[in-house]
Design a protein around this ligand. Structure first.
Ligand code: AKB
Length: 339
C-alpha cells in the first residue's frame, strides 16, 4: 500500500497529540505536523516533517503544498471559545480565514493530484445557542439542524466554516464554464467538551471538567467556574480521536451529511466532581461560577442527538462516563502525576 501524506494543523494541541499518536501507530502514513509553536518532542518523533508556522501565512501553506501531495488534511488549529471571546478579531482571522486558506490548499492539491482530498474538521457543540435555561432543558438532545444561533465568536466561526466546507465540497466556483465539483471531501464532527488524561486544554469553556480532574490528581485546590448543576456533553479524548479516524475512513456513499454530532456522556459539573471523588476523595473543589462563562455553558445543549453518525458511519463511543473515569482518566492521570 502506498504511503499517504497527511497534513495536521494545530498539531501541538490536545487533539493533535492523540491523533498523531494513533495515525503513526496505524502506519502507512507520512505525517506533516504544523503548529504556531515548535512541535513537542513526543509528537515530533512520530512525524515525517514538522513545521512551525501560521495557518494565516499563505506562502508557507503554498510552499508546503508544492513539496507534498496530501491525501488528507486534518485541520485542527483554532482559538477556543473563551479565548475567542477575549480576542474576537484574532479568533475570526484564525478560525475563519485560516480554515479558508486550508480549504484553498485542498483545492490546489486536488488539481495537482487529479483526485479528491479529504478534509477532516473538528467543529463543536458551540455552534448551538439556546437562549435560556428553560429552552436548553426543553431542547434535550439536539439534532444537527436545530438551535443554530450561537452566542460566541467561536461558535459563529465554527458554524460558518462548516458551511464553507459544504460550499467547497459542492458548489465551489459554480459559475465557471467547467464546473469543478468534488475537489474537497469535507467531513466534520461537532465535538462536545473533550477530556484528556495526558494534556490540558487552553482557552475553552468546557475546560472546567479536565481542570477539575487534573487539579484533584495533583492534590491542588480548584475553583470551578461552572455552576454545580451546569450540564453539557463530554467525551473521553480516545473516543474523540476514534471519531475523526472513523469518519475519515467511512465510505463516501454512506454519508448523508457533511457534519455530524458525536456524543458520549453528559454529567453535570457536580456529577463530574462525584466521579472524581470516587478516586480522589480529598479533591478540594469549590463551585465559584463565573456568570459570564456560565452564560456560554448555559447556551450549549445539555446533550446531542448523534443518531446520524451512528447510522451512517457506525459511531459508537467506547467510553461512557463510568468507564471513562475508571478505566481511562483516573489511571492515566495517576500515572502522569505519580500518585
Ligand atoms: C471549548 O470549550 O471552547 C471547546 C469546545 C466545546 O468546542 N472545548
Amino acid at each position: 500500500m502506498a504511503t499517504k501524506t497527511i497534513l495536521v494543523t494545530g498539531a501541538n494541541g490536545e487533539i493533535g497529540h492523540g491523533l498523531i499518536e494513533h495515525l503513526a501507530e496505524q502506519g502507512g502514513v507520512h505525517i506533516i505536523a504544523m503548529d504556531l509553536v515548535p512541535i513537542d518532542k513526543s509528537v515530533r518523533t512520530r512525524c515525517h516533517r514538522t513545521v512551525t508556522g501560521d495557518i494565516l501565512d499563505t506562502s508557507l501553506l503554498e510552499s508546503l503544498s508544492t513539496e507534498h501531495d496530501f491525501d488528507t488534511i486534518f485541520h485542527l488549529a483554532a482559538l477556543l471559545s473563551t479565548r475567542a471571546e477575549r480576542q474576537p478579531t484574532l479568533a475570526h482571522r484564525v478560525n475563519v480565514d485560516g480554515t479558508l486558506n486550508l480549504l484553498e490548499i485542498a483545492v490546489t492539491q486536488s488539481r495537482l493530484q487529479g483526485r479528491e482530498i479529504k478534509f477532516i474538521y473538528p467543529s463543536s457543540i458551540a455552534v448551538y445557542g439556546l437562549p435560556t435555561l428553560a429552552a436548553k432543558h426543553a431542547a434535550g438532545r439536539v439534532q444537527e439542524d436545530r438551535h443554530l444561533e450561537p452566542r460566541t465568536m467561536y461558535g459563529i466561526n465554527k458554524l460558518y466554516t462548516e458551511q464553507l466546507g459544504r460550499y467547497y465540497a459542492n458548489f465551489y466556483r459554480q459559475l465557471d464554464a467547467e464546473i469543478s465539483k468534488g475537489f474537497v471531501d469535507f467531513r466534520g464532527v461537532r465535538f462536545p467538551g473533550l477530556i484528556s488524561a495526558t494534556t490540558l486544554p487552553t482557552g475553552g469553556t468546557s475546560d472546567f471538567a479536565p481542570e477539575m480532574l487534573h487539579a484533584a490528581a495533583q492534590n491542588k485546590p480548584y475553583a470551578c467556574f461552572a455552576r454545580e448543576d451546569a450540564r453539557i456533553p463530554f467525551m473521553a479524548m480516545p473516543d474523540g480521536i476514534t471519531a475523526l479516524l472513523r469518519l475519515r475512513e467511512a465510505p463516501r456513499a454512506r454519508l448523508t451529511r457533511h457534519v455530524y454530532n458525536v456524543g458520549a456522556f453528559n454529567p453535570s459539573a457536580g456529577e463530574i466532581l462525584n466521579l472524581i471523588r470516587r478516586s480522589f476523595p480529598a479533591a478540594n473543589v469549590r463551585f465559584e461560577p463565573d456568570t459570564k462563562r456560565q452564560a456560554i455553558i448555559d447556551s450549549w445543549p445539555e446533550d446531542v442527538d448523534d443518531s446520524a453518525a451512528r447510522t451512517d458511519w457506525g459511531w459508537s463511543p467506547a467510553y461512557d462516563q463510568e468507564r471513562a473515569f475508571a478505566e481511562y482518566l483516573v489511571p492515566a492521570v495517576r500515572e502522569r502525576y505519580h500518585r
